[in-house]
Design a protein around this ligand. Structure first.
Ligand SMILES: [Zn+2]
Length: 65
């Protein structure tokens, strides 16, 4: 069990800091239903990473890779 990194705390490059920082990463399923008439609402998985240094939040849709 030594190969797995900490569940919260991913080292990524922060565009705001301009260097690699520790990010708190989580995944949220967000329902997109902007228009009422559009009964077709899609549930999209989003990857949200928050920079532990500056607090910048990066939201990224995960599907349609
Ligand atoms: Zn940052």
């Amino acid at each position: 069990m030594a190969t797995k990194p900490k569940p919260d705390g991913v080292t990524e490059t922060c565009n705001h800091c301009g260097r690699e920082t520790t990010h708190d990463v989580r995944v949220e399923i967000r329902t997109e239903s902007k228009k009422r008439e559009n009964a077709e609402f899609s549930r999209e998985p989003y990857r949200i990473s928050v920079c532990g240094t500056c607090g910048a939040e990066t939201t990224q849709r995960m599907n349609n890779a």
